[in-house]
Ligand binder design. Sequence first.
Ligand SMILES: NC(=O)c1ccc[n+]([C@@H]2O[C@H](COP(=O)([O-])OP(=O)(O)OC[C@H]3O[C@@H](n4cnc5c(N)ncnc54)[C@H](OP(=O)(O)O)[C@@H]3O)[C@@H](O)[C@H]2O)c1
Length: 220
Amino acid sequence: MGITVITGGGRGIGLELARQLKGKGHAVLVACRTRTAELDALGVEIVDGLALDESRSHATLLAAIGDRKVDVLVHNAGLLAGGKFESEREEDIAAQFRINAMTPVLLTRALLPAIAQPAKIAIITSRMGSISDNSSGGYYGYRMSKAAVNAAGVSLAHDLRSREIAVALLHPGFVRTRMTGGQGHLEPAESARLLIERIEALTLENTGGFWHCDGTRLGW
Ligand SMILES: NC(=O)c1ccc[n+]([C@@H]2O[C@H](COP(=O)([O-])OP(=O)(O)OC[C@H]3O[C@@H](n4cnc5c(N)ncnc54)[C@H](OP(=O)(O)O)[C@@H]3O)[C@@H](O)[C@H]2O)c1
């Protein structure tokens, strides 16, 4: 059996994904910037101190994986910053673009030698990256970065099909985490449970799809 790598699992949705996937028997490795007591308590493997928007952290993670193979890779780490048209800062737009859009592509490429065949990649995106679903405006850096990662996920699905690697773009719902200031419709545990259902349902037949965690297909 290979390992399951989850990015940004110190808190929020990633922490719950780590807890539940470990509970299902996965050998979980959490790649995170900040270690937490809750994460330590799970007893999963942790590689911390990784600023995942920096390529050198990708090499560190690849080295930590060593000879093992990655069966499941979950790109969960993400950032929401600012949002108002009048005041969203250039550096916040850039920071969101780096971690939300560029990291899933660059980290996938860096880890490719360690990714099993077959394997699954889940990108935790957002329906805020859906152009057809945008009915309220704002959140420039966040929406642009999630729309961009949706585009990248479809390209990854095409480019990795011959390696038997399937790719899903998954919206976790509106989840009560630090990112939302504790607002939302779902607890992280419920979101993680549904996201795992989507990962389990991912195949090369449906690769490249964009789903709500409840299984509904979302528009681009
Ligand atoms: N919550 C929602 O309603 C919602 C809705 C749609 C999509 N999402 C997406 O779901 C994912 C998880 O979000 P969440 O709600 O669980 O948010 P969260 O509680 O704010 O957690 C975000 C995680 O990402 C990590 N992270 C951010 N930037 C990083 C970087 N440069 N390098 C390494 N790690 C970094 C954080 O690590 P640190 O602790 O080190 O900062 C943290 O572990 C994100 O991709 C988010 O966009 C969430």
